[in-house]
Design a protein around this ligand. Sequence first.
Ligand code: DGL
Length: 256
Amino acid sequence: MDNRPIGLFDSGMGGLSVWQQISRALTSESLIFFGDGVRCPYGSRGKEEVLQFTVEAVERLIAEGCKLIVIACNTATAVAIVYLRANYPQIPFVGLEPAVKPAALSTKTGTVAVLATQRSLEGELFVNTSAKYADKVNIIKAVGKGFVEIVEEGREHSAEADSAVKEVVEPLIAAGADRIVLGCTHYPFLRANIERVIGDRDVKVVDSGEAVSRRVEQLLDYYHLRAAEDNIPTYKFITLGDKLYQERLERRAYGY
Ligand code: DGL
């Protein structure tokens, strides 16, 4: 039994969508969430910068005593996961990847849309995954323009958010996509806006949250890292941002 915390990292608040899944599924595990918050968004930054920021965050989470680290950011995963696994062999890492497989296996129209940041869509990881399905399905890529900023500023419940989402999502449906893969951990916070655009059309939103918490469980078992069943978990939120940002992280995690 190992009661040390699991670490999660994101450029900002998006990774809290993963935090919510993991805290619901693994109720004995303590969690430390690191949300940069100052240098977000990462999606339009250069690879070197994203790698450097991710390494800094991982070093911090290791210093906090984390036993496993979830890179709860598709962009940071795309840039850094290979480096992290090679350079920190003592830590099991779980990365975030757009859930192309379940979407490709379930589409009826044969067209799947993947929404992610520019940096993720250009990453080798995504290019390789989409190549695997390219002969079976048509994959359309789209950047959720402005989505990360809307979530960071807590503006999901606004007409402006609805219209930003509509602008990106409507053309994907018009192009025949019946699966919309959320390839950025900020986007699940805009799920209701996306579903409003879909309306009663037969289009489904696919995210990676559940698959990620299943992967965390598998690795905890594999490395014998599970916390004791009666462990009372603690939750800690750290950021490079100010006290207000830290409080907003906490509030969003708990859903209020
Ligand atoms: N939440 C991040 C992701 O999953 C990135 C958002 C950003 O910083 O651009 O890609």
